[in-house]
Design a protein. Structure first.
Lengths: 146, 778
């Protein structure tokens, strides 16, 4: 049973992440760009003494969406495969309770979404796509799957 | 104190402390099996350890206790109060001895024999023995044992402290920035700088706890190679590079075996015999270069030989023969792919299995072991030119001395171990050449290809840059990396990068500058090769050509040791075959004609002057000139060094060539020529003695005969002889017609004694032979 979910805004749409996976939500001020990295890797930041790989979630959706400016975004800090990532989203404000286990996605939610969302979950804030952190980090190019 | 010994002391102390409670409980209930087992394990462990460290007193004591307790465990003996007392006394005594070992004192002569007797059940002595030990216990409290100075900690705890310290550094930097905002004279400067100093100290200390210089591991290689090459009749010169690289101590343990394996292979299969080398137009002595370089969270360890190279043709033939590949597949393969065949299980180019390598552990296993902890192994080989192995192992936590550079407005770090030099056109002396699109800069008479960092990273074009970092890649390939600016040297803590960023292959990790900004650490090898710098196998022949002018260190390689008379002496390393420790009891006839029994050989022993007091244990340098062997007694080996200074003759000292300075101290260089010429006659002196072999003819003649002859005795078939070997079955009927008889017996057992020496106890035989010869001479 997934209890609490963090509601984020991604490419203008709301979606949820399991709150238990989230370390914190921060604002990023300094970003070190990473040359020759995949398009959805926005750069590096530091969370205290640990490096934080910033993932531009909108770019990770693919489909030619514009890269967002990290400084206007919120970074949802998650740990994945032993590394810290900052998932850049437009907003991350609410924590809501799930009403049920995530179910199937149902009808095609649109380009990119079917890849980053594993299912649809009923929450207090309505039905929302349930995001897959690994897929967001991997980005549109499947060969980068971590 | 030796690391291992310190560990032993710490471990024993730890066990003693843990045992204190058990002892009390056992005393009140000697039948308690669990307590008995604990105490038994303790004495057993101590016994095992001190056998290793050579503390015979401690060993015999713990051995006696172990025997007694084993009897109790097996029900052969009742744990009466006397036994309990004796065991407790032994444990106290072990504590006293450990304290003595820790203080580096010789073990005190105490009533150990009485204690051992008490353990074995000799009742009358028990009281006295125990009383004497309690006496020494009082003595001990008068001079309290040194406090325990080492503890053992889980690595996780150190990691935790380490990351805490990193946070502290960042917090301090933040504070520094805020203080700057406050302006001058806040009154906080002094405490702040004190705080900074303290944090730096703590950081250094905690870093050192995990890191160990790879030098410690490398230092064992020259000796290993020397022994191997002597055994194989080859000459190999070992060159070690950059032993300063520090590596997590766990990682050092992990890479030890793969490295040893590769080195063995290189000496055994790679480097040819001297004659073959000469025939191939190479120098007689092979060259084995072992290098380490640090690059972010990767350590590159290279092992390069200038031997015959991997026989790709034979490898291919074997692959076809074993059915793993078809001839068509092999033909289609590139040279690199064919070399990779060496990883196929069960393929080896060695014609015959030797004792050194080729025990069936193939490169496939070595590679699998390296990959198991996240490393990689690459092999490059050119037939006739040599082979190089490159092992890359990760270093999850590491302090990296780096150079920070800027290009395209962004800061990057370059591992300092790669940086050869920084050159700039500002000095006006740089020459450039343009070959197509490639620019070359002339650096020390070599044209080095330029690689623009901005181009490589796709963040700007500095084709006309005027600032270059000359980088030396793992194998000695140099290239010039053009950058916009060069900032500073830093000691940076390297953090691993997420796989998404590692994907590009251009970076090895990430670090933070003092203000907390993350900075990427460049993989200069990948950037260089990626920009088309050819991977040249640095041919040993060219190294040799370059070596002559640049290598001013080329002097006589020597082993420095402390002689028995306390003098610091040096001896040519090429003369030393082996260094070992021996007990003084192995030395015969101390004086000018001294001899020593080393394993299975009797050697003339030099370095022992007439009437000189011998320590209980001596260090013996086994010297060889190719044929003759001589042992040289010393107190200890100090170091290995190179003689570069001027050698001054000393008058009246026949055994030394002269005096020179090594590392700021004087050392006498031993005259090997004089040594061998004066002792050579001694070792053939036994030719006068004759030896007759009686009994089981074939065994005596074929097995025993050759080693007796090798030891310098003449075998006579029958008739009178100086020494006769008698088979144990033959009755000594007084007809042996020899002045001395050595009796052999068929079964191993305790001691030599009256019933003879076990026929395969070679060391015992040699000692008996020597003793007989000595008695005859007397």
């Amino acid at each position: 049973m997934i209890d609490m979910l963090l509601v984020v805004v991604l490419a203008g749409r709301r979606a949820v992440l399991p709150a238990i996976e989230v370390n914190s939500v921060i604002e990023v001020t300094e970003v070190t760009p990473v040359p020759r990295a995949a398009a959805h890797v926005a750069g590096l930041a530091a969370l205290r003494s640990r490096p934080l790989t910033l993932i531009d979630c909108a770019a990770s959706l693919g489909g030619g969406r514009e890269r967002s400016d990290p400084r206007t975004c919120r970074a949802v800090v998650v740990e994945h495969g032993g590394h810290l990532y900052g998932l850049l989203v437009e907003a991350a404000d609410d924590i809501v309770a799930a009403r049920a286990e995530p179910g199937s996605l149902g009808a095609d939610p649109g380009p990119g979404w079917s890849r980053v969302a594993t299912g649809r979950v009923e929450t207090e804030a309505g039905a929302l796509p349930f995001l897959d952190i690994g897929a967001l980090i991997a980005g549109p190019d499947e060969s980068l799957a971590a | 104190m030796d690391d291992l010994l310190a560990e032993f002391v710490a471990e024993t102390r730890e066990m003693l402390a843990a045992l204190a409670g058990e002892i009390v409980a056992w005393e009140s209930n000697p039948a308690d099996r669990a307590r008995l087992d604990t105490i038994f394990r303790f004495v057993h462990t101590v016994k095992g350890n001190c056998g290793f460290f050579d503390f015979p007193q401690l060993e015999s004591l713990s051995h006696a206790a172990e025997d007694a307790l084993a009897d109790v465990r097996a029900g052969r003996r009742q744990p009466d109060s006397r036994l309990v007392d004796a065991v407790l006394a032994v444990i106290d005594r072990v504590g006293v001895m450990i304290a003595e070992i820790e203080r580096g004192e010789p073990l005190s002569e105490d009533a150990d024999d009485a204690l051992i007797a008490a353990l074995s059940g000799a009742l009358d002595e028990t009281e006295q023995a125990i009383a004497s030990v309690s006496g020494s216990g009082i003595q001990r409290s008068a001079t309290p044992a040194a406090e325990q100075r080492t503890i053992r900690l889980p690595v996780e705890l150190i990691d935790q402290v380490m990351s805490g310290v990193s946070e502290m550094v960042l917090a301090r930097n933040d504070l520094a920035r805020r203080m700057q905002g406050l302006g001058a004279d806040t009154g906080l400067e002094a405490p702040f700088s004190r705080l900074s100093g303290l944090i730096a100290e703590v950081r250094d200390a905690i870093t050192r706890t995990r890191m160990r210089r790879i030098e410690g591991l490398f230092a064992t290689f020259p000796r290993l190679v020397r022994d191997l090459s002597t055994e194989l009749g080859k000459q190999v010169f070992v060159e070690l590079e950059n032993g300063e690289v520090e590596l997590d101590r766990e990682m050092i343990e992990l890479i030890r075996d793969p490295l040893l394996h590769i080195i063995r292979n290189a000496v055994d299969h790679g480097i040819e015999a001297p004659a073959d080398r000469l025939a191939a137009g190479k120098r007689e002595a092979g060259m084995l270069t072992i290098s380490a370089r640090q690059s972010g969270n990767t350590i590159h360890i290279g092992i390069m030989d200038d031997g015959r190279g991997i026989d790709v043709e034979r490898l291919a033939a074997k692959a076809i023969a074993s059915g793993t590949h078809t001839a068509e597949q092999i033909v289609a393969m590139s040279l690199e792919e064919r070399i990779e065949l060496i990883y196929e299980a069960g393929l080896s180019t060695a014609e015959s299995v030797t004792s050194i390598s080729g025990r069936g552990v193939g490169m496939d296993v070595v590679r699998a072991n390296i990959e198991k902890f996240g490393g990689t192994l690459e092999i490059e080989s050119l037939p006739g030119e040599g082979t190089r192995f490159l092992i890359c192992v990760p270093l999850t936590l590491s302090i990296l001395p780096s150079l920070t550079v800027e290009t395209g407005g962004q800061t990057f770090a370059v591992p300092r171990s790669y940086v050869e030099e920084i050159v700039s056109t500002a000095g006006g002396q740089l020459q450039f050449a343009q070959v197509g699109e490639r620019r070359y800069v002339t650096f020390r008479d070599r044209r080095l290809a330029c690689v623009s960092l901005g181009d490589a990273l796709g963040i700007g074009d500095d084709a006309e840059a005027s600032l270059f970092v000359i980088l030396r890649l793992g194998w000695g390939d140099l290239y010039a990396m053009a950058v916009d600016r060069i900032f500073d040297h830093h000691e940076l803590v390297i953090k691993p990068l997420s796989p998404g960023i590692m994907q590009s292959g251009l970076f090895v990790g990430c670090t933070q500058l003092d203000d907390g900004t993350p900075v990427l650490v460049l993989d200069v090898a990948a950037i260089g090769y990626g920009a088309g710098i050819p991977r040249e196998l640095h041919r040993p022949s060219t190294i040799a050509a370059h070596a002559a002018p640049r290598n001013e260190r080329e002097g006589l390689r020597v082993i420095l040791f402390r002689a028995l008379d306390g003098e610091r002496r040096a001896i040519a390393m090429s003369a030393v075959e082996q260094v070992e420790r021996a007990d003084v009891s192995a030395v015969r006839r101390p004086g000018a004609d001294a001899q020593i029994v080393l394993g299975e050989e009797i050697l003339p022993l030099a370095g022992v002057s007439e009437g000189c007091e011998l320590p209980q244990r001596i260090t013996v340098l086994r010297l060889g000139d190719g044929g003759q062997r001589i042992a040289y007694a010393a107190r200890e080996v100090i170091d290995i060094g190179t003689l570069t200074g001027v050698l001054r003759r000393v008058n009246g000292q026949a055994s030394v060539v002269g005096v020179t300075m090594v590392d700021g101290e004087t050392a006498e260089l031993v005259d090997c020529h004089a040594l061998f010429s004066s002792h050579a006659s001694q070792s053939s002196g036994h030719g006068l003695l004759t030896c007759r072999l009686d009994g089981d003819d074939a065994w005596m003649r074929n097995f025993l005969g050759p080693i007796i002859e090798a030891a310098g005795y003449r075998i006579v078939p029958e008739g009178p002889a100086d020494i006769a070997f008698l088979d144990g079955d033959l009755r000594d009927d007084g007809e042996c017609e020899a002045r001395k008889a050595i009796r052999l017996r068929d079964a191993p057992g305790s001691g030599g004694g009256a019933d003879g020496i076990y026929r395969y106890d070679r060391a015992g035989l040699m000692a008996a032979l020597l003793r007989a010869g000595e008695e005859l001479a007397a």
